[in-house]
Design a protein around this ligand. Structure first.
Ligand code: NAD
Ligand code: LMR
Length: 327
């Protein structure tokens, strides 16, 4: 298994690369960034784990060397938010960065699983899909927007109510998109079931929806979530790799192109959104099946879904337009 981190020298990229270097599923780790990959690679190369490691800058065909033969490409490249910014404010710069990296995927490793972390995810994933489509290389089963941090936050924040020792043992589906009110935690679908007191539900829901702002504010101009994101990105990447190697029963929420996945068409029709984060069963070829849990949402959650869809449609269209009709 050859894994690539594109944006490997950044706040997310470095701890994510560390986790992947230590990961038993990875045989070969390839780091790509526009700066500092020689240093990050030299540092990680002293770790006595299985994965052999290489690092590249853009010069001398660096992207081609980094991407060729990749089985999985994780993309945390791009600028992060500062206080007062929305994720959509990142579009101007990050749209082009993601477009360029996905063109690299199309050119050098079109069969790889592609995990997009760069914000705004609601738009960068449609950009990725359009670039791959233009190149005739789009496989919807292998393109994922990483929304795992929302799931991780929901697990963590609900612990104050469950009192569970291990927060990750409470499985909470988080659906929709990855920004503000497009993030919809379905606490009614928690497993094992959790009874949220009525006066706590709104606060808990908002905390998951705006958890990113909490970190942006605390970092006070020094960026957004990096360490928790590296953990979340690693958790999702590891599960994709485990499923690729034949492990069954892995279901994770992720932002996907629904019409290209079994069971997804019905959800796309129901929401009016071609892209949506839903629990997806992972298999040896990527997304095997989209699980429709929208119908099980309670009345409060159905209202959240309505608002999510309203915002998400515009974010998706903006990404698609960026590639179809370049500015
Ligand atoms: P950062 O600025 O610390 O790191 C970004 C890295 O990307 C830098 O090392 C930079 O050199 C590199 N980069 C820029 N252009 C590149 C290119 N063309 N090719 C390769 N590398 C390039 O930022 P960060 O804190 O690591 O955040 C990265 C992105 O992840 C941001 O867009 C942020 O909003 C997003 N993010 C997403 C989630 C999520 O849940 N999906 C969570 C946190 C952050
Ligand atoms: C997050 O949810 O932490 C990330 O999307 C980064 C951000 O801008 O909030």
């Amino acid at each position: 298994m050859k894994a690539v981190v594109a944006g490997a020298s950044g706040g997310i990229g470095q701890p994510l690369s560390l986790l992947l270097k230590a990961c038993k599923e990875v045989d070969h780790l390839s780091l790509y960034d526009v700066v500092n990959t020689p240093g990050v690679t030299a540092d990680l190369s002293h770790i006595s784990s299985v994965a052999k490691i290489e690092g590249y800058l853009p010069a001398d065909d660096g992207m081609k060397k980094a991407f060729t033969g990749a089985d999985i490409v994780v993309i945390p490249a791009g600028i992060p938010r500062k206080p007062g910014m929305t994720r959509d404010d990142l579009f101007k710069i990050n749209a082009g960065i993601v477009q360029g990296l996905i063109q690299g995927v199309a050119d050098y490793c079109p069969n790889a699983y592609v995990l997009v972390i760069s914000n705004p995810v609601n738009s960068t994933v449609p950009i990725a899909a359009e670039v791959l489509t233009k190149a005739g290389k789009f496989n919807p089963k292998k393109l994922f927007g990483v929304t795992t941090l929302d799931v991780v936050r929901a697990e963590t924040f609900v612990q104050s109510i469950t009192g569970a020792r291990d927060p990750a043992e409470t499985v909470i589906p988080v659906i929709g998109g990855h920004s503000g009110e497009t993030i919809v935690p379905l606490f009614s679908q928690a497993k094992p079931a959790v009874k949220i007191p009525e006066d706590k539900l709104e606060e808990l829901t908002k905390r998951v929806q705006f958890g990113g702002d909490e970190v942006v504010k605390a970092k006070d101009g020094a960026g957004s979530a990096t360490l928790s994101m590296a953990y979340a990105g690693y958790r999702f990447a590891e599960r994709v790799m485990q499923a690729a190697k034949g492990k069954t029963g892995i279901v994770e929420p992720t932002f996907v192109y629904l019409p290209g996945i079994e069971g997804g068409d019905a959800i796309a029709k129901e929401t009016g959104c071609d892209y949506f984060s839903v629990p997806v069963e992972l298999g040896t070829d990527g997304a095997k099946k989209a699980v429709n849990i929208l119908g099980s949402a309670n009345a409060y959650e159905k209202k959240l879904i309505e608002k999510c869809v309203e915002d998400l449609k515009g974010n998706i269209a903006k990404g698609v337009e960026f590639v179809k009709n370049p500015p």
